[in-house]
Ligand binder design. Structure first.
Ligand SMILES: [Zn+2]
Length: 175
């Protein structure tokens, strides 16, 4: 199964012009899609979203606990499959963005933690989505203190080892 997944990812990369050397040198682990996904509540934009059953249960508990503390956190994005990630790249390439520039802000298909069904992008009131200033919100302060209790961790803190930009909004269910 792992071999067929890797060949699927290689096909998508070929389609986008990402060379094989990228997969050999990538410091990020290949992220596999889960066996099971369940529908969550619609995201902030009303789009359907999915997570693994365990991640969804933990996210629901965490959101409810935050609400009891008067803190609003909402879902901006959850599971994304490699084809979806490929479409993001295609749109940007078609718009004339160089591949290297896209790879600096978007994980290549196969390497996004969102493929696992355990990663969530979160937002809150009065803060633009997916911006660093999320770190200044009460929601981020609450998450920093309590997310670990629910099994969530910040995947890309400042100066992380993966060389990925700081993403205070991106949390992953680890256990
Ligand atoms: Zn994310």
């Amino acid at each position: 199964m792992s071999d067929s997944y890797l060949s699927k990812i290689s096909e998508l990369h070929e389609l986008l012009g990402i060379p094989a050397s990228f997969r050999e040198e990538c410091s990020m682990p290949l992220c596999h899609t889960p066996a099971q996904l369940v529908a969550t509540e619609p995201d902030y934009y009303g789009r359907p979203q999915q997570l693994t059953p365990e991640a969804f249960a933990a996210w629901s508990d965490m959101k409810a606990a935050a609400a009891r503390d008067g803190v609003v956190i909402h879902l901006i994005s959850a599971y994304r499959d490699p084809d979806y990630q490929c479409q993001i790249f295609k749109r940007k390439l078609d718009a004339g963005e160089p591949l290297a520039a896209i790879l600096r802000v978007n994980a290549a298909p196969g390497y996004s933690e969102h493929h696992t069904g355990r990663a969530i992008d979160l937002g809150t009131l009065d803060c633009p989505a997916l911006e660093t200033e999320f770190e200044k919100t009460p929601a981020f302060a609450w998450l920093s203190e309590h997310a670990g209790t629910f099994g969530f961790a910040l995947s890309y803190p400042r100066d992380n080892a993966h060389g990925i930009g700081y993403e205070p909004w991106h949390w992953c269910f680890m256990s």
